[in-house]
Design a protein around this ligand. Structure first.
Ligand SMILES: [Zn+2]
Ligand SMILES: [Zn+2]
Length: 638
């Protein structure tokens, strides 16, 4: 008998040599049915693996991220078989999982076209319906090299493998593929799948190599989850901030500066609302705001380490024969401000914010509207403190971050803590103090988080904050990063209680990350129907005829006086056309005014997304709108 420790803390005694699948059956039939793989002693393995010593086992199902990946990767094998059965000349290169799916790189002279997807899917469905088992076969590296002699792609894969044992997986019908695994127990475990797209990709991403065909697919545990996913993609297309940005006249891009956003008047209103809100929060949480130059001497970037580690992404210039660089980060400038005077422990924690514009040269292929730009403004801040102030400072930043996200209507968060990587600076002791401070702060706030072991920056551990939008897409926004390096590089010091000079702990933090990107996320999350407080134009008054234009202007003056962003549509259009236009421009409130309203000092209110209209006094409407703006209320109905 061997002892198996399960994730719930219990221990099972089971027969020596039992397979992970048999163990799952012992635990429960439902679990065995859902099982796709097992984590044995922390390693993801096939369910056919036998357990022959005391160990920990977690039965993995598609509910686990790992399980979903096993399923998707197995589906890549199934797609590969389908493609090879249709095009016997196809050579398989590499088939990993990606977000929401997988791809397989194929070398085939004949192009695979979207029109071919259906027959690929048909063949895949046959393979899935026949529920063939995935079978693992192992051999030595030498044997594998001999077996695949002549297949340059697979030979390359074997030579890259770090193990001397090479494994192959077959799933019946003579189809076999070199792979590390693990895989599903059988092809029938795939509930819903779809071939999504095809694109060109160079072997190893190297433009001197042959262009391969990268076929993308997706796979889900059930047909329903597949349908939901496809629906979310459709929705995302409709909400594309690049399309809405143009339609609503919010921003544009120009060849004159690829990757540099031009924020138009309406976009600037949104921008200012977001910035002003963050500025208010900085005051509430005790930050002072500074501004530092965009272009700084090359020497500074040598000192900061950016020259050695980040040069390819920076912009350079020469002024009076001296080299300068455009800042990719705000921290070095902030350090220079810190150094302008002597500091004492008494003024710590010292919180310094900067809405800093940075430039980072991204490859042209990865740019994507406001989501991926080359120039953006960070809601940056640096906190200088002593080691024993770390925990309370982190708690303060966490409070600030959640307060901000909730105000924008985001309630679903994912938090990750990244710990000490192998290559790092700073003593193990300071890493432990810092990492524990981060953990304690998260525990103090009762926050669940995922640990990314060894994934911290070389200069310190960090916490990353992700939000989920209404389409369940995850966006990393905020970050809290401890830094033991920069205070040393810049010789930042403070005088401690014992009158000696010490390096402060430096905490970098951002709440939204980049204003540009966050505004893009807001546009997509709200499909352009921004909350009232963020709307570029909050109210439009639609006059029924020329006779009521004067009254419309009186109402507008009243609302403008109260700082509402409001205009009048006094055009010759019929009122229904005016309403349709305001609707398409995503106006939150439309006030229709005719002779009846003019006589009684009222307005007929149409609310975006609400069927019924309401007639209220102008003053009453003003009171309600102002209250909603002050409360940052997302619901418009009243
Ligand atoms: Zn595989
Ligand atoms: Zn920083």
């Amino acid at each position: 008998m061997v002892k198996v420790a399960l994730p719930d803390g219990s221990t099972l005694s089971v027969a020596d040599g039992i397979t992970a699948m048999q163990l799952a059956e012992q635990i429960g039939r439902g679990l065995a049915k859902a099982a796709v793989a097992a984590k044995i002693n922390g390693q993801l393995r096939d369910l056919s693996v036998s357990i022959d010593s005391d160990t920990t086992v977690q039965i993995v199902t598609p509910k686990d991220e790992d399980g979903l990946e096993v399923m998707r990767h197995s589906c890549a094998h199934i797609m590969a078989e389908a493609i090879c059965s249709i095009w016997p000349a196809a050579k398989l290169v590499y088939g990993p999982v990606v977000t929401d799916g997988f791809y397989y790189d194929i070398d085939l002279d004949e192009p695979i076209r979207p029109a071919d997807f259906q027959r690929i899917e048909q063949k895949m469905q046959e393979i899935i319906d026949s529920d063939r088992p995935f079978i693992r076969k192992e051999m030595s590296k030498a044997e594998a090299l001999e077996k695949l002699a002549g297949d340059k792609y697979k030979l390359d894969n074997i030579n890259r493998a770090d193990s001397d044992i090479i494994s192959f997986y077959s799933h019946g019908d003579g189809f076999e593929d070199l792979c590390r695994g693990p895989h599903l127990p059988g092809t029938g475990k795939i509930g819903g799948f779809k071939v999504m797209s095809v694109a060109g990709a160079y072997w190893h991403g190297d433009p001197t190599q042959k262009m391969l065909q990268r076929v993308y697919g997706t796979a889900w545990p059930t047909k329903k989850e597949l349908d939901d996913y496809l629906h979310r993609l459709e929705e995302a297309k409709k909400r594309d901030h690049r399309v809405l940005g143009k339609q609503l006249d919010l921003f544009s891009f120009n060849e004159a500066g690829p990757g540099f956003a031009f924020i138009h008047a309406k976009g600037t209103v949104i921008w200012n609302q977001v910035v002003n809100f963050l500025r208010d929060k900085n005051i509430k949480y005790g930050y002072n705001e500074i501004r530092t130059p965009i272009i700084l001497n090359e020497e500074l970037w040598h000192k900061s380490g950016h020259w050695d580690n980040y040069k390819e992404n920076m912009y350079f210039s020469e002024i009076d024969g001296v080299g300068y660089a455009v800042k990719p980060m705000n921290c070095p400038g902030g350090c220079l401000v810190y150094k302008t005077r002597q500091h004492s422990y008494r003024e710590f924690p010292m919180r310094v914010a900067e809405f800093g514009m940075v430039h980072r040269h991204e490859a042209s292929g990865v740019m994507h509207g406001l989501f991926r730009v080359r120039q953006f403004t960070q809601d940056d801040a640096h906190i200088y403190c002593t080691p024993n102030q770390i925990e309370s400072e982190i708690i303060g930043v966490i409070d600030l971050i959640f307060e901000v996200y909730r105000a924008f209507g985001f309630e679903d968060f994912l938090i990750e803590l990244s710990t000490m990587p192998i290559k790092h600076i700073g003593s193990d002791e300071i890493w432990e103090v810092a990492t524990n401070a981060l953990k304690d702060a998260l525990a103090h706030k009762n926050i669940e988080y995922k640990i990314n072991a060894g994934d911290g920056a070389f200069y310190g551990p960090k916490i990353d904050f992700h939000i989920k939008d209404c389409l369940q897409r995850s966006w990393q926004l905020g970050t809290i990063q401890l830094d033991f390096s920069m205070p040393q590089r810049f010789e930042l010091v403070y005088t401690d209680v014992d009158n000696t000079d010490k390096h402060p702990v430096m905490i970098h933090r951002a709440v939204l990350g980049s204003f540009e990107r966050f505004i893009g996320i807001l546009i997509e999350h709200y499909a352009g129907n921004l909350p009232l407080w963020l709307s570029p134009e909050q109210v439009r008054i639609l006059s029924i005829s020329e006779k009521t234009n004067d009254y419309a202007k009186i109402v507008q003056d009243k609302l403008n006086d109260a700082s509402l962003r409001c205009s009048c549509d006094l055009s010759d259009e019929k009122v229904n056309a005016k309403i349709a236009k305001a609707h398409s421009e995503k106006l939150p409130f439309m006030l229709v005014v005719g002779p009846k309203e003019a006589q009684s000092d009222t307005v007929n209110v149409r609310i975006q997304g609400v069927k019924e209209t309401k007639t209220v006094d102008v003053d009453e409407f003003l009171r309600i709108a102002k209250q909603k703006i002050a409360d940052k209320e997302i619901e418009l109905a009243f």
